[in-house]
Design a protein around this ligand. Structure first.
Ligand SMILES: [Mn+2]
Length: 311
């Protein structure tokens, strides 16, 4: 769309949306308490690169529009035991590709009693976000919280709190509007990470920073990070030579998604399973405890692939 000779983005910067909200702002302290978990990619960029008061205040304005006391899940983590499950099927980013998900489960020989753990981003970009959530609920699957799941949760809470529809109806908003109460509850219940001591394994959407205790890991980074630069900067950007997983030295094995650019990643202590099904790639599972890789190809590309590479 072109307005006044300028192209208007389909997904406008958050700051544009923010102006529509006129809810009472929480105190600055309250906002800051929540900020680390409420920033997504664009905002992350702002905090790291822009020390501009105006931008900051816009961003906070946006946050205040959606924030309520109830909007933050306290469930940081979830512990699981394996002896109850013959096998655990860990699945990378599904992004609404429910047909591929069903094929994958068949190919993994999923049987009742097996435990499915999703690595987040169940929704968005692909065709059947709602069906994926319903399947996940029906099969009692676990999942960690992905950045897109989080955006949907944020919108459903905003809607519940009386927020008006945005001028540009973003995909996350549309998904949130469609969901039933039970779907929303499921999405809200997703933890930042899951740990399974008996398999010496951790499950997270984006990643962890090596050397930081699990309880001290930043939720925003757990949902968004892709690279750790030589100077220690943790970023959601794709710097080809600096995947965070290369620095992870265990002792647990981390299973993660979120990084379709790099595709399947197999380090000694970290396994990346986002193989870009929604871009026409594959949907991949790792079946534990054997660590057997199983994947199916996408029926088609549902979403155009475009991401800047940095070096
Ligand atoms: Mn993601």
């Amino acid at each position: 769309m072109i307005v006044n000779g300028r192209p208007i983005l389909a997904n406008p910067p958050r700051t544009v949306i923010s102006v529509q909200y006129n809810l009472t702002a929480p105190t600055f302290r309250e906002i800051m308490n929540y900020t680390s978990s409420y920033l997504s990619d664009i905002e992350l960029h702002c905090t790291e690169k822009v020390c501009n008061k105006r931008l900051l205040s816009y961003r906070l304005q946006f946050l205040s529009g959606n924030l309520t006391k109830t909007s933050y899940s306290n469930k940081v983590t979830q512990l699981i035991e394996t002896n109850r499950h013959p096998k655990i099927i860990v699945i990378g980013d599904v992004h609404g590709c429910v047909d591929e998900l069903r094929s994958l489960l068949r190919r993994c020989n999923y049987l009742p009693g097996d435990l499915i753990i999703f690595l987040g981003d169940l929704v968005s970009k692909g065709p059947h976000s709602k069906s994926v959530i319903q399947l996940a609920r029906n099969l009692n699957c676990l999942s960690v919280r992905g950045n897109h799941d989080f955006e949907v949760v944020r919108w459903s809470q905003a809607i519940k709190n009386g927020a008006e529809a945005p001028i540009f109806q973003t995909e996350h908003y549309c998904i949130a509007k469609e969901l039933k109460e039970k779907d929303v509850e499921y999405m809200e219940s997703l933890p930042w990470y899951i740990s399974c001591p008996s398999l010496n394994s951790l499950f997270v959407h984006a990643g962890f920073v090596s050397g930081v205790r699990l309880r001290r890991q930043n939720p925003r980074l757990m949902m968004n990070m892709r690279s750790i630069l030589p100077d220690g900067t943790v970023t959601s950007k794709f710097f080809e030579n600096w995947p965070w997983a290369r620095l992870w030295d265990g002792p647990q094995t981390v299973f993660f998604g979120h990084d379709a650019d790099r595709g399947l990643q197999q380090y000694e202590n970290a396994v990346g399973l986002d193989t870009g099904v929604v871009y026409g790639g594959r949907l991949t599972a790792c079946v534990l405890p054997e660590k057997k890789m199983v994947s199916v190809s996408a029926r088609k590309a549902y979403f155009m692939y475009r991401r800047k590479r940095y070096t």
